[in-house]
Design a protein around this ligand. Sequence first.
Ligand SMILES: Cc1cc2nc3c(=O)[nH]c(=O)nc-3n(C[C@H](O)[C@H](O)[C@H](O)COP(=O)(O)O)c2cc1C
Length: 231
Amino acid sequence: MKEIRSTDLLPDELPMDPLHWADAWIKEAGASQVQRNPSAMTLVTARSDGQPSARVVLCRGFVPDPGYLVFYTNYRSRKAVEIENNNRVAAQFHWDALGRQIRVEGRAVRSPDSESDNYFASRDWGSQLGAWGSDQSAPIESRQALITQIRARAQALGLELGESTDALRSDKKPLIARPPHWGGYRLWISTIELWVEGPDRIHDRALWTRDLLRTNENFSVSPWTGERLQP
Ligand SMILES: Cc1cc2nc3c(=O)[nH]c(=O)nc-3n(C[C@H](O)[C@H](O)[C@H](O)COP(=O)(O)O)c2cc1C
């Protein structure tokens, strides 16, 4: 694996647009191929009684203006149930080989259906089938029962599978609609920390915050205020 440790600390005068910096870091992580899933982030949600839970999801979009990131999941999963009850979430990216970390906090709201439709349509059919086949986070008695369930649901969608669930018998690319229980969330960012590994553990970090004001399905945002933090 390539080692590309960045020597760039944050500028003395902190940038006013931390999301553009974050966007550049995410793009650099993608281009540098230092890890298999450079867009992977740990997403933290919390039950309404305060119990947090964490898991990795892929960041499938980062929109610095006005400022949210996008991930996709099953709307009946544990994380989604927690978000529906308490939309305050946190997420964190770490690129070890680049010596960089990004932490964000904010509010998650469902993406517009049209956006989820477009993303779902761009996925390969195996991933599309997976969204129908698995009741994410629900218990199942065995792996075999899961395979049987996926095969049955594939059949219901008019798909003929070969020996394995990812072997399609027909040459035609099937048209699979997005399940209503699967789609995107926009994580609207109200807090962001950029962290750069420094020599002798004198790391460089800064935290920016802003207000999010709910406007119908979206948020309007106030300007950022940023400050450097001790490592
Ligand atoms: C590298 C990686 C990427 C993943 N990407 C996603 C993703 O984009 N969406 C998703 O729902 N789960 C993804 N998962 C699975 C989740 O970590 C998790 O197991 C699943 O979403 C169920 O979480 P929950 O029961 O807390 O809702 C990914 C796991 C890994 C290790």
